[in-house]
Design a protein. Structure first.
Lengths: 337, 367, 337, 367
């Protein structure tokens, strides 16, 4: 893994999503000495997935270090650091293990600016691998972005390509507010996802979606690892003569509503794909926005393809997670219902 | 059980060799701040009783405990307070208007009317924004201290919690991280014997709160929390240790919550009158007065002047505060993020375009 | 406050919502000695709102007791008790303070039955006062039901009348699974809400909504303290000649979808009212269900009236919370858009 | 630092006056269980390496630590384990098929294929369902113990955690509640020096883990975790105290994680070979063997028989497990609640009616 040391380099490099994240941290730690990275096993081991590899070696144990096994402590201290003027990047080993820190995230990080009338701020990035797809079963697979999306004061970001991963992570580090940076671990090293990433400084602004694929008949909204699934389904639909548009919001909060609404107004149909359990998932929020603001354009029901309303299983993971079959069926449903 | 350090003896003398030898000026400042804190608490509770503010929470009986600790800091050191250390605002020279506006949540409130009374935030004096959830400030103080250490600054951090706060998640991780990283932070637990209606014996089976320090590899010190010199002395040492890079300390100030938990609580329903009376006799201001008398600093005039000028300035601030308007409706949508979002703009406009008066029905705050 | 000792009494009593909750606990503690009640200040003090008054006196300190100040400990020990065969009722003093226990709720209570293949179960009731309306500001006012609704394995209940409060709480205590029992504190002692409650055993089954008011032109869905607001708006709309139907789902999970869908199919219009911040609120889930399953019946956009996407304010509370003005405007919007 | 209790000396003799005097039958049972546990771990890791199961997590080196503790219980006592005490299943006579089916997550798995390998649940032997989140079982064990006390039963509860687990929220509240309510629970911390790549010195600044007991007003005992007799003796006393109503105990077993953290980890990247070798020499099975030899219980035949019969029965169970089908698709929707819901029914049907094969793409588990 080659890291970018300064913002001055240019050109493109081919990277996995994981390498792009690593590159982003190398870049920002070199750019700004307020940036520190910490969490469980992020130092010498370089993270259980290897995302923080080389950071401790390069920037020393003061700027990249291991913590005791306490997510509450990781986020509590990160909040204190951010308030005091640092730019902490706190790694939570798996999103499933973030809950001991939930209070510090929703009661503290999210509210410090507001409750102090803007006197204090909390520019903090919480990175966590999210979602299924690695046979992690019950507790290494969950997608709980909806909890954070429902928490005013937090921004919520999830990339689906290496270039976005780097650009969004740098934008998150530079953001003046707390950002939940959720990483689709299923595609960390996916070679189909591997792609070109600008070297050096590269920013993808928060709050702007990406049109993954243009189409005219039906809009798919998907993020993280589900973008892949949506693309596969779109290709299969294309074979049946359906022209599918895919939107990846990239930032879930604040959401790029105009991009989604514009697309739905054009296509008249919408399917939202999301790994999380159906009830209360962020897919519902997007469906609700469409039902509120674009109802007159709709030519069919707003469909959701999601995880099921069960905890995450181990053996049957492949059936639990939305796949192209299910997305395709939902697309068809918006035509024939 | 470790005996708590005491300095001021019954006759007002300092225990031999223990007097921190503060200057007359320093002593007078401490005394005046204690008195002002007490007066402020009384005035504010009265305001609450009159329905002029919605809620209040007193520190009566704990003035020595929180003022003695904070006095051990330099002005550049940071505080991560709980909600029962209002005197520190005065000690650090806060503008009384800033304090009083917060009770009213008016347009002048630094918090812009977003938090209940007593949840101050005062960046100008390095006083961090107070939160209601018990304990969260503890690990934050550790984090800020870790940051200062990484930056090689010599700032020291002091955070406060109640005896109830020692049961929180953040007590555990905050002290544990501070021990591991040897962070320059002083943890002050004001053990006032009660967490609302739960006595400290039901809070923990630990013999003392100070004893909990051992679990984190740091010193734990127990001090008479109604003796401002003892509190100062112990915290002074802890602050120096922190500043020298020797790591954190847990200080337990043994004191008592003289009032009810808050303006919504009635402690007589669960607390023993005799216990209350015992503690009432150990009033920290009177205790300090005896010392000052012995030192020939206290006089009736001083007391009168301290009390009267406190009343006057607080009353004036209240008068000004009551004349101020509410925060603007628009302001409700500010400070969620540094910049607004399209969603917030839409919601702000939707509220602004609403016709007719808002409704005015509310229940009562119980706590 | 008079308590009911056995399930054998009959007749009706007029009670506040808070008294009805107290009555339910008295009833079930007398009925079943596996029921225990604990939390901060619930013993001698009887709870900061008085909901548990008289329980310790009546049933002793072993069955109703105070805990140390740790929500994590309250729920962690409650889970252990439930697994071992008790029927704990754990009180969280304010819903805003539940987050230190979030891990025990979402990772443990919710998943124990599933992850153990049904070997172990967790019949636990978590009671917490929820929502605004008492000038509690930032941290004594929040409505975070959406977090729990998005957690498979939990049931989520919120009453809006004294009779439902008692009947749903008893049903929750007898339920074999963990129930989040959220209490609309704004109307705890509201005399307008005060009403008749059956004495003794009284059960309102989970999963069944209530038609609060019948109407033909537009459906309002509201729960907890918002039912009052919906009723007021409905009356005002009636003055304008609109016939409004109001549905109180009572149980948010599992949701009585048929009742809502049937109503919307009849009226062709839907407004969902909810105190929580808009983005990701449960109002979105309900809107999404309607957009998915009743789109062809809709004659207007599915509107949401919610809290704003800010943390909860203190001084401007009355403006933050949905009121009849806002509901009325939304109703009109479903007609004229 | 408190010295850890040791009983088995280098020559295999028990320290004077400390031998718990277990019967030959008991000793043999312990020995056989240790051997079977080791064999099982080796077989399972091999299966993982061959791609036949998805994940495994070994207890090698910690057999004395977890078996000695659990042996101090009665069968009616309850266990709230972490994930590194597989030997207890064998000690309590679990059906090997139940153990092995869990690795495969097949239709015979008691957990119905919902959890990763090693997250056993076995109600029939009072072995509570293992969870991945570190520490959550600790406060649960306290709660179950509180329940038994309320019901005036004499059941004792034992819960396990690693050194990393002592930093968790649930360690703090679990021990604190147990102290306050004097609950019949024994907290066993297997201090194996590492939490994945984080050494215990970076986990806490406390001199020992046992020292943390003081913060909760309970005894803390440190014991040589590779000495099964010492572990048994210490736990036996703790269990007796608990059963007599004298409250909880924290036991620290000082041991070592001989393997990598799990099948996904490579400890050589962060751990010192010399340290590993030092601990390897203190192997708990060999240590116990020396004692048994001295007692004339151990023989080469015993060892061979223990090893061979373990291999045989495990291999047979593996063979049967591999022949079993996956859990049914429908079963994915069971056990969310006692009864299904309309939503779950709808989702179950929707999945059942899907055409074509499911996709088979997955990343690798890293931990
Ligand atoms: C996490 C959390 N739980 C519960 C409460 C409600 N509450 C407010 S103050 C208090 C007692 C605090 O006692 P202690 O820490 O001893 O501080 P004191 O009030 O005595 O200064 C409680 C339970 C809260 N604010 N936060
Ligand atoms: C709350 C939580 N955070 C992180 C993890 C990831 N994780 C799994 S095991 C482990 C280390 C545990 O160390 P220790 O408690 O010492 O137990 P050991 O593995 O040594 O037996 C970590 C960090 C987790 N499972 N749960
Ligand atoms: Mg207290
Ligand atoms: Mg360990």
């Amino acid at each position: 893994m080659t890291a970018t040391d300064t913002g001055k380099e240019s050109g493109m490099k081919t990277m996995t999503l994981l390498e792009a994240l690593n590159d982003a941290m190398h870049t920002e730690m070199a750019n700004d000495d307020r940036v520190v990275v910490f969490g469980e096993d992020v130092g010498l081991k370089g993270g259980v997935f290897g995302t923080t590899q080389g950071l401790q070696e390069k920037f020393g144990t003061e700027r990249c270090f291991d913590t005791p096994l306490s997510e509450c402590g990781i986020i509590g201290t990160a909040v204190g650091m951010a308030v005091y003027g640092m730019r902490p990047i706190a790694e939570i080993q798996f999103l499933d293990f973030i809950y001991p820190a939930f209070d510090q995230i929703v009661s503290e990080a999210a509210k410090i600016r507001y409750r102090s009338g803007g006197e204090y701020t909390c520019p903090l990035v919480i990175r966590a691998p999210s979602g299924g797809g690695i046979r992690g079963g019950h507790y290494h697979s969950q997608s709980s972005e909806a909890y954070f999306c429902h928490t005013p004061g937090l921004k919520v970001v999830m990339p689906s390509t290496p270039s976005d991963a780097k650009g969004l992570l740098i934008a998150s580090i530079r953001d003046e507010d707390p950002v939940m940076f959720l990483e689709p671990k299923k595609i960390y090293r996916d070679l189909k996802v591997k792609g070109e990433v600008p070297a050096g400084e590269h920013i993808v602004p928060l709050g702007k979606g990406r049109v993954v694929r243009e189409g005219t008949d039906c809009t798919l909204v998907a993020w993280g690892a589900m973008v892949q699934v949506a693309e596969k389904a779109a290709e299969q639909a294309a074979e049946r003569g359906r022209s599918i548009e895919i939107i990846d919001p990239r930032t879930l909060v604040p959401l790029d509503e105009p991009m989604i609404l514009e697309s739905v107004k054009k296509t008249g149909r919408a399917v939202i794909v999301c790994e999380a359990p159906r009830t209360g998932s962020y897919a519902g929020e997007i469906a609700a926005i469409i039902a509120e603001k674009a109802i007159e354009y709709l030519e069919g029901p707003v469909a959701r393809v999601t995880g099921f309303d069960t905890p995450f299983p181990y053996t049957l993971e492949n059936l639990y997670m939305p796949d192209a079959r299910r997305v395709l069926r939902a697309i068809e449903h918006t035509f024939n219902w | 059980m470790t005996k708590a350090l005491t300095i001021i003896e019954n006759d007002g003398k300092a225990a031999k060799g223990k007097d921190p030898n503060l200057s007359a000026e320093q002593l007078e400042k401490l005394y005046r701040t204690m008195v002002t804190t007490r007066v402020m608490d009384e005035r504010a509770l009265a305001l609450q009783r009159q329905g002029r503010i919605g809620f209040y929470l007193m520190s009566t009986g704990q003035e020595a405990s929180h003022l003695g600790s904070a006095f051990a800091l330099q002005d550049s050191d940071w505080l991560f307070p709980a909600y029962r250390q209002p005197g520190i605002l005065l000690l650090r020279g806060a503008d009384l208007d800033d304090v009083v506006n917060e009770w009213f949540g008016n347009a002048g409130d630094l918090c812009k009317g977003r938090q209940m009374p007593v949840h101050y935030s005062m960046r100008s004096i390095n006083f961090f924004s107070i939160s209601s959830p018990i304990g969260t400030q503890i690990s934050q103080a550790t984090g800020a201290a870790m940051a200062a250490k990484i930056r090689k600054e010599d700032t020291v951090f002091m955070t406060f919690m109640g005896d109830g706060g020692t049961s929180s998640n953040d007590f555990h991780c905050g002290l544990n991280f501070a021990g591991v990283y040897k962070s320059p932070v002083v943890f002050v637990c004001e053990n006032n014997q009660w967490a609302i209606s739960v006595p400290v014996e039901q809070q923990t089976a630990s013999e003392t709160i100070a004893a909990k320090a051992q679990a984190y590899g740091m010193p734990g010190v127990r001090v008479d929390g109604n003796d401002i010199l003892a509190v100062y002395r112990v915290c002074r040492e802890a602050v120096e240790r922190a500043r020298q890079g020797e790591g954190p300390t847990l200080v337990e100030t043994v004191t008592y919550r003289i009032g009810s938990h808050s303006s919504s609580d009635d402690a007589s329903r669960y607390r023993d009158q005799a216990e209350w009376e015992r503690w009432k006799e150990r009033d920290p201001i009177q205790r300090f007065q005896r010392y000052l008398k012995h030192k020939k600093i206290w006089s009736e005039e001083l007391e009168k002047d301290a009390t009267e000028s406190a009343k006057e300035s607080i009353n004036a601030a209240i008068k000004r505060a009551e004349e101020r308007a509410e925060p603007s409706i628009d302001s409700m949508f500010d400070d969620v993020y540094m910049n607004t979002t399209p969603q917030l703009d839409e919601q702000r406009e939707s509220l602004a375009s609403l016709e007719g008066p808002a409704e005015e029905e509310q229940g009562a705050f119980p706590l």
